[in-house]
Design a protein around this ligand. Structure first.
Ligand code: PNS
Length: 164
């Protein structure tokens, strides 16, 4: 039984996140998509809204034999991962610019908890420039984000920002 945590802010989930989850399903028996509860950040969507959206979208993923769960966590990721009985943390790497920060986190996490491995996965190149931050900014300024987020997420963004 191989269990992985896929942690992130998911504010909101993008097609890049979706792509990584689909790829992770080929490697793991269970993936827990874990939303970080970040008390200092001002998110667009609440934790409950993000959980709902992730549940909705993950329910439509063809995950094969891999079970998908959605959860949220506070505090150290490795402590959460250990408490879940996870073997690995999955992180998506879009470009070299991601790599430096992700390597730092992976090595720090390994120092904190050597039993948890970090697995880096590359999303499809179509999503190599897609981030939650840019998606929000472009949408808030009236630009199109069609094809960059799952359809239900686009709907939720329209509702949230009264752009229906
Ligand atoms: O989607 P994000 O915002 O890039 O995800 C970052 C995340 C949640 C993976 C990272 O901030 C994290 O793990 N936070 C939990 C606190 C923690 O463990 N910090 C030490 C990391 S070395």
């Amino acid at each position: 039984m191989r269990r992985a945590i896929y942690p992130g802010s998911f504010d909101p989930m993008t097609n890049g996140h979706l792509d990584i989850i689909e790829r992770g399903c080929k490697l793991f028996d269970e993936i827990i998509i874990a939303i970080l509860v970040h008390p200092d950040k001002q998110p667009l969507f609440t934790i409950d809204e993000r959980r709902e959206m992730l549940l909705q979208v993950s329910g439509e993923i063809n995950s094969g034999a891999c079970a998908l769960r959605v959860d949220s966590f506070q505090g150290l990721l490795v402590e959460y991962a250990l408490a879940c009985g996870a073997d690995a943390i999955v992180r998506g790497i879009r470009a070299i610019s991601d790599y430096e920060y992700e390597l730092q986190m992976a090595l720090m996490n390994r120092r904190l908890e050597p039993r948890i491995e970090t697995v880096f996965m590359m999303p499809h190149e179509d999503y190599s420039y897609v981030s939650s931050r840019l998606v929000k900014e472009v949408f808030q300024l009236g630009g199109s984000i069609d094809g960059l987020v799952p359809a239900p997420i686009l709907e939720r963004m329209k509702q949230k920002l009264n752009k229906a």
